[in-house]
Design a protein around this ligand. Structure first.
Ligand SMILES: [Ca+2]
Length: 503
């Protein structure tokens, strides 16, 4: 620990403030973090929420009137670290975003563009949007878990995997706990078998993960004290706050008695969110109790926008759609002594960017052949502009019946966001600086911007070799109504499948 503090001190003395004021990733300051001794590397804790709406949190929602939810521990991360105002998920649904974080690649490049296994009945819709071609994370992908393990880290995965066959231990995580999908988001005894965890009456699976992580952190402390100074990576892939809504009775009663707001008013959801926040607090306490709080980077993110059981106000839409409510995410990074407390960054960040950023934080060389689409925001953590010309992209060639915004491709550059709708053939352009709620389509009054972004999008779709939806010769919209996901035809088919399994 002492040698680590000396190393940090030397690094800080050699710069003007925090890190060196640099504008690109290939600088002396960046190189200074490469080849750190194992004992000098920070621990890294990724807190990755599921379906959390950005304005669910006090640190993002309070300014929009969310006085109902209570997230003091997550808000505290923002007070101690940096809050990003323009961070995104690479997809409006779970699996593609998760794949993008682990690989540093866009979902379209991976051909893993919908949740797995995907919706099964798009065949009668207007265009040929279908299931994702790729049904699992390709085994040849080297995840950042693998990269950090090879870089000397102990690597621990908790919670939701949702990437088809295979599991975290197949992709570089030494230990895994849970690794199921959100059905397990319940009280003990857990509905589905969870790997390497048990529990007791009254525990949620999230409580169990926190207790296990705290235990591992304690063991790591003992090893440090014994001279074995190995940094650790915790990937805490929470099941919360995905449906089904679970909460303790007393939590629900507390929020029932609290004054509701126009947009945030569900007591059970607020109580479930509080379970997430309590667990973040307990994990931070475990780091502190073991002397790791100062030497640990904590990064908080979510995998897609809030579900319809909450509100993403003032952002339009929900999980599953590509308006801001489906893809705009909370991103908070805390690292005492390195990131200015209470700071904000307006840099455009997307989930593939996590991978190279992790490598730089861990003092490891970049792997550009792997994280093809990720751009490190390491320098943004020092309050610097990193890439003012950066554009980020989405390709979601799938229908979702509560999200009329898909199937679509999207590009955001600067304050402009262009959406190409495949079903209607229409194009929307928004200026997010003046229109955060995406209410005014300005594509016709801004033909030059529209043209530029269309060209950028075309080039990107070609680069990632995206599967573009085509006009569907079997289109039958009446049939589509009964056959759509959750429609009567779909429900009957699922029941038949279940009963044939039972026989
Ligand atoms: Ca999700």
């Amino acid at each position: 620990m002492t040698s680590r503090k000396i190393a940090i001190g030397a690094l800080m003395l050699s710069t003007t403030l925090w890190w060196a004021p640099t504008l690109n990733a290939e600088t002396e300051a960046d190189k200074a973090t490469e080849n750190l001794k194992l004992s000098e590397k920070p621990n890294i804790v990724i807190l990755f929420a599921d379906d959390l709406g950005i304005t669910d949190l006090g640190c993002y929602g309070l300014e929009h009137g969310n006085t109902y939810h209570e997230t003091p521990n997550i808000d505290e991360l923002a007070r101690q670290g940096m809050l990003f105002t323009d961070a995104y998920a690479a997809s409006p649904v779970c699996s593609p975003t998760r794949a993008s974080i682990l690989t540093g690649k866009y979902p379209a490049r991976l051909r893993l563009t919908d949740f797995l296994p995907g919706q099964l009945q798009p065949q009668f819709r207007g265009v040929t949007a279908s299931q994702p071609e790729q049904q699992f994370l390709p085994p040849e992908e080297i995840t950042f878990g693998q990269a950090l393990k090879e870089g000397g880290y102990a690597t621990w995965f908790f919670g939701k995997w949702h990437l088809g066959k295979g599991s975290p231990t197949d992709f570089g995580f030494e230990q895994e706990y849970g690794a199921q999908q959100s059905e397990a988001n319940r009280f003990y005894p857990f509905k589905k078998k969870q790997k390497n965890v048990s529990g007791k009456e009254g525990d949620t699976i999230t409580d169990v993960f926190t207790a296990k992580a705290a235990e591992l952190i304690g063991i790591q402390r003992q090893q440090w004290d014994g001279g074995h100074q190995q940094p650790f990576l915790i990937y805490m892939s929470y099941y919360l706050v995905h449906m089904p809504i679970i909460a303790r009775e007393e939590g629900i009663a507390y929020f029932e008695a609290k004054k509701k707001t126009q947009h945030w008013k569900r007591a059970d959801y607020a109580a479930m969110l509080k379970i997430l926040d309590d667990n973040v607090g307990r994990l931070m306490q475990a780091l502190k109790d073991n002397g790791f709080a100062d030497n640990t980077v904590v990064l908080f993110y979510s995998d897609n926008g809030g579900h319809t059981c909450t509100s993403n106000y003032p952002y339009k839409g929900y999980k599953g759609g590509i308006y801001e409510g489906g893809i705009k995410e909370p991103l908070i990074v805390k690292w005492p002594g390195h990131i200015a407390p209470g700071s904000k960054s307006t840099e455009l960040v997307n989930t593939p960017d996590i991978y190279p950023t992790m490598l730089q934080l861990a003092g490891l060389p970049l792997k550009p052949e792997q994280h093809t689409d990720g751009q490190s925001f390491f320098n943004a953590l020092a309050g610097k502009r990193i890439n003012v010309d950066k554009a980020i992209f989405w390709h979601h060639p799938h229908y979702r019946d509560n999200a009329p915004s898909v199937p679509a491709s999207v590009v955001r550059k600067g304050n402009y966001k262009l959406i190409r709708h495949y079903d209607s053939g229409s194009t929307e352009l928004f200026n997010l600086q003046h229109d955060t709620s995406e209410t005014q389509n300005i594509s016709h009054s801004n033909p030059e911007v529209t043209k530029e972004l269309n060209l950028l999008l075309d080039a990107w779709l070609k680069d990632v070799d995206a599967v573009i939806p085509q006009k569907n010769p079997h289109c039958d919209l009446e049939k589509a109504k009964t056959e759509m996901w959750g429609g009567p035809g779909d429900v009957a088919r699922r029941k038949a499948k279940l009963s044939s399994k039972a026989e």
